[in-house]
Design a binder for this molecule. Structure first.
Ligand code: FAD
Length: 441
């Protein structure tokens, strides 16, 4: 019987011909070779936390959840080799036992490591690059069943392509991560006037290890979040305090307000002001991997754009003005983050000091008019979309935004000439696979 697959948000679905669940690299190779022998396409899936159809296929879906082992840890070099399916939450606690940690993380930890790097998942920190930049080596199972060991020293171009690959080059069976010594994060949230926040945004990004802010449309208050890294012992808050903040305020109250707004869209500006009124000063100090991750129970869809950091304030002002001008019922806050440049060929932060602007819409509510309007604004800044979040770009509009586009395509033609790892998403955003078609891209 056909097994249906859906993503976390519940809005991307597919019916793969087969779902394979390998528990070792050998089994993974077997699954790829069986698919190739039948002439079927292959897609790996991690946690299904992307908002695009990037993990979808009607061919063979390789569910990586059986490959979650830590293979080796070298405390002296700080390098850990782990299977591609390991989830970031399990990784964080296992690294901590060795006195190690990821250098930076995003705001949830449910993703698999290989799925997260495939779309260039990032956190915030103007001096810190995305997760894929922490990878120093990876093992890639290609359509021929060969395992390529890629690193800075071995097939450098393929390594730079495979770090952020959209799953289009093969299946990542294992990665080696350059970790840092276990550290403590002190997070301080402070509501501040939006105008002040926007005026000092670049300085704030520079002056803090991690800086970001959230702003609800129709309000003039931003919730600023600063995180400082340190070696001191953590002083975690009592469980009840975290429960109150994360479960009751950030999830239960938000979910209730979203459901009210979905039924009564005209009330959204007032509901947003109500939510903004609940924002208060708060502090958390704990081991970093416990601070980065928040609980997200309210389901939504999302678009996020990487733009030059210097355009951050102007872009945020224009997005907020768009919502107000069109009276759009947008219940979720904008989230604004920062990242250092990196060298992965298809990283949205490639060679550019980056600001990420994310917009969201509650599950079941119309989002397209808003997202298309936001995209038009971001187009004006040479915006590069997050590969795992909604966007309407195609290879034709994207190629000029990536200085190393042709280099990536050359690697793709070399590693996957038959298009085994293509799907509708890669055909849209990367173009066709055949080397003969390369001139058309
Ligand atoms: C609630 C929520 C919060 C989020 N927060 C952030 C955030 O803070 N920062 C951010 O940048 N993003 C964020 N995201 C987006 C998310 O990090 C990315 O979409 C990420 O790619 C999801 O990881 P995954 O393991 O679920 O991958 P999937 O969605 O399962 O797959 C993503 C891509 O990776 C490919 N892939 C998966 N495994 C492999 C493998 N082993 N080998 C080769 N290719 C593979 C898939 O084919 C697909 O193309 C968030 C998403 C959600 C739902």
């Amino acid at each position: 019987m056909t097994e249906l697959w859906t993503n976390w948000a519940g809005d991307q679905r597919c019916a793969p011909s087969t779902v394979e669940r390998p528990r070792s690299e050998q089994q993974l190779i077997g699954a790829v070779l069986r698919a190739v022998a039948r002439g079927e396409a292959v897609r790996a899936v991690g946690s299904g936390h992307s908002f695009t159809d990037c993990a979808c296929t009607d061919g063979v879906l390789i569910d990586m959840s059986g490959m979650q082992r830590v293979l080796s840890v070298d405390q002296a070099s700080g390098r850990a080799t782990v299977e591609g399916g390991i989830k970031l939450d399990a990784l964080g606690s296992q690294l901590a036992r060795h006195g190690l940690a990821l250098e930076n993380q995003g705001d949830i930890d449910r993703q698999s490591i290989a799925g997260a790097i495939a779309t260039a998942t990032h956190g915030t920190g103007a001096r810190l690059a995305n997760l894929s930049a922490q990878i120093v080596g990876l093992r890639l199972v290609t359509a021929s069943g060969d395992v390529m060991e890629l690193s800075g020293e071995s097939d450098h171009d393929a390594f730079l392509a495979a770090r952020v690959s959209l799953g289009a080059l093969g299946v990542v069976s294992a990665v080696t991560i350059q970790c840092v010594p276990l550290y403590t994060l002190r997070r301080r949230d402070v509501p501040a006037p939006l105008s002040d926040t926007l005026a000092g945004v670049e300085e704030q990004a520079e002056d803090n290890d991690h800086f970001e802010f959230f702003v609800f449309p129709y309000t003039q208050i931003a919730l600023t979040r600063r995180m400082r890294r340190g070696a001191e012992l953590p002083t975690p808050p009592p469980g009840w305090k975290r429960y109150l903040q994360e479960e009751l305020i950030e999830n239960w109250a938000l979910g209730l307000t979203c459901r009210l707004g979905r039924g009564l869209p005209r009330a959204v500006p007032r509901l947003n002001r109500l939510l903004a009124g609940t924002m208060s000063v708060s502090e958390v100090s704990d081991r970093a991997y416990k601070v980065y991750a928040t609980v997200r129970r309210v389901r939504f869809t999302e678009m996020e754009y990487a733009i030059p950091r210097a355009r951050a304030s102007a872009a945020v002002e224009r997005v907020l003005a768009l919502v107000e001008r069109r009276r759009l019922p947008i219940l979720f806050p904008l989230e604004v983050r920062f990242s250092a440049p990196d060298d992965a060929l298809l990283s949205p932060a490639h060679a550019r000091e980056t600001c990420y602007v994310a917009v969201h819409q509650f599950q079941g509510m119309e989002y397209e008019a808003f997202f298309r309007g936001v995209e038009e604004i971001m187009d004006g800044y040479g915006g590069r979309p997050h590969w795992g979040k909604r966007h309407y770009q195609s290879a034709a509009t994207l190629r000029e935004r990536y200085p190393q586009w042709d280099r990536f395509q050359a690697i793709r033609d070399r590693l996957d000439p038959g298009g085994t790892f293509a799907n509708d998403y890669t055909r849209r955003v990367l173009g066709p696979v055949s080397p003969d078609a390369a001139v058309d891209r």
